[in-house]
Design a binder for this molecule. Structure first.
Ligand code: FES
Ligand SMILES: [Fe+2]
Length: 482
């Protein structure tokens, strides 16, 4: 499995009781799942039928559907009232043709988040990632501007920093000095014929080109992509013609999260995951908290019971949910703080008031910007869809710059890392098993709980995009749950 180099693999037993052990056995035919085992199970599931004689093509359990049919069905369910809502056809999660439609009509047209400014704080710092077939470098140039450039050399198409070719900046590795997976360079050098580029992508030098008629060095650059920084997060719009800026799209969101000063935060944890499931499986899982009662029964449910979570009114470009801490935990926090002790993993963020102090704020900026603000940190998930049943995921955690200066920081970081991996493993397991369900003849279109309102809102987003618009622009906005 292509684990990020240097990733600290912890042998964490995430299934402490018999029930969950049996569950894990059913899912992966193993007991006592460790992180390593779950990662191996995911790698083996690149083809969800790898371990059996069957393949999605040969079972015929879920026949191919034309993209138009899948879109018509999404449009139909999106227009049902929340109380009548159902899940989508399996093919929305398995069809290559539908995935291609999503790439063309959603991912390339919308803003996608690539990183956070704290990953590349100095001139020459860069991070590399491949997104939807585009090898990209996100780099801070000498003028301190952050640019998103293609890594495809304008000479003969070489990737100027191919993965595994001895260059830094690929994959998150273990965060070092708050800069997970980043490199630093003074110039960009294509390893094929040694054309060199400035940090802003301009061609600086290329040997032996004097006989190429009409060749002018100034005409050649690494292709720049349209990018924008919003509250410290770096976004790209691959097609370059998104009608709104990130700031315009997420304006209401920005107002909610101003107190967290996300632009000043530092990324201190980053873990990369190879995910054998559709990007919507993860997105739905991230946004609905109904599964606290099941998948997170021992971790999140005791703090933030599923039944108390709720969703705000529908918006064109984002979904906002609230995950309140339960009363007993609030009392515990107050007690501990009155004794000068700290309940949270990291020191609470100064200036948070009322519910901000006692809940997690969960957000999806359409289509893939998943993040949450907690009283002591922010969590961001980077999504790189690879196909209908595969994606790469980076799970990260950010804290204010004062946190790493705290005397007990090492212990806090250790605890934070352990927690981040523990509860994400619970999600990895269910998402992997859900994707397998889509290929089975036993798959049924399920009904949704009111606690799964975000799933219905995601359907309404997909339907709106298929009409070339966004939610609420041509339908009344769905009301919130409070
Ligand atoms: S392909 Fe890059 S220098 Fe030739
Ligand atoms: Fe979860």
């Amino acid at each position: 499995m292509p684990l990020s180099h240097g990733f600290a693999r912890r042998e964490t037993n995430v299934f402490p009781n018999l029930f969950l052990q049996s569950l894990s056995f059913l899912i992966f035919h193993m007991v006592n799942m460790t992180e390593t085992m779950i990662r191996q199970a995911c790698a083996g599931s690149a083809d969800p039928f790898a371990s059996s004689a069957l393949s999605p093509a040969s079972t015929g359990a879920q026949p191919d559907l034309p993209v138009e049919t899948i879109l018509d069905e999404i449009a139909r369910v999106a227009d049902l009232p929340m109380g009548e809502s159902t899940t989508l056809p399996a093919q929305a999660y398995t069809s290559q043709a539908f995935f291609n439609w999503e790439v063309e009509n959603i991912f390339r047209k919308e803003w996608l988040c690539l990183g956070h400014v704290s990953q590349i704080p100095n001139a020459g710092d860069f991070l590399n990632l491949d997104l939807l077939g585009e090898p990209l470098i996100v780099i801070r140039d000498k003028g301190n501007d952050i640019r998103v450039l293609s890594r495809v050399c304008p000479h003969r198409a070489m990737d100027i920093m191919p993965p595994g070719f001895g260059y830094d900046g690929h994959s998150p590795a273990d965060p070092k000095d708050g800069k997970p997976g980043c490199g630093n360079t003074r110039l960009l050098l294509c390893p094929y014929h040694f054309w060199t580029f400035e940090l802003d992508g301009r061609l600086k030098a290329c040997a032996e080109m004097q006989q190429a008629e009409g060749f002018n060095r100034d005409d050649w650059t690494l292709k720049p992509f349209r990018s924008e920084i919003w509250h410290g997060f770096i976004f790209v719009n691959l097609d370059g013609d998104a009608p709104y800026t990130v700031a315009e799209q997420y304006k209401g969101l920005g107002d909610y999260i101003a107190k967290w000063n996300l632009a000043e935060m530092e990324m201190i944890i980053a873990n990369e995951w190879d995910c054998p499931f559709n990007w919507k499986v993860l997105t739905e899982n991230f946004m609905e908290s109904y599964h606290h009662a099941g998948a997170h029964a021992k971790t999140l449910q005791p703090m933030m019971p599923a039944k108390d979570t709720w969703t705000e009114p529908e918006q064109p470009h984002f979904i906002r949910c609230h995950l309140p801490l339960k009363e007993g935990i609030r009392n515990q926090i107050r007690d501990m703080e009155s004794r000068g002790e700290q309940w949270d993993t990291f020191p609470p963020i100064a200036g948070l008031e009322g519910e901000e102090r006692y809940e997690w704020g969960l957000f999806l900026g359409f289509p893939t910007f998943k993040f949450l603000v907690a009283p002591d940190c922010a969590i961001w998930y980077r999504t790189q869809p690879l196909g209908p049943n595969r994606m790469k995921l980076l799970t990260t955690l950010l804290v204010p710059p004062s946190t790493p200066k705290h005397a007990d920081y090492s212990a806090m970081l250790e605890k934070g890392r352990k927690q981040a991996i523990e509860f994400h493993l619970e999600d990895m397991e269910v998402c992997t098993a859900v994707q397998r369900g889509f290929y089975a003849s036993g798959y049924q279109r399920g009904r949704l709980s009111h606690l799964e309102m975000p799933i219905w809102l995601i359907q309404r987003y997909l339907a709106a995009r298929s009409r070339g618009t966004w939610p609420t622009f041509d339908r009344p906005a769905a009301p919130g749950q409070r």
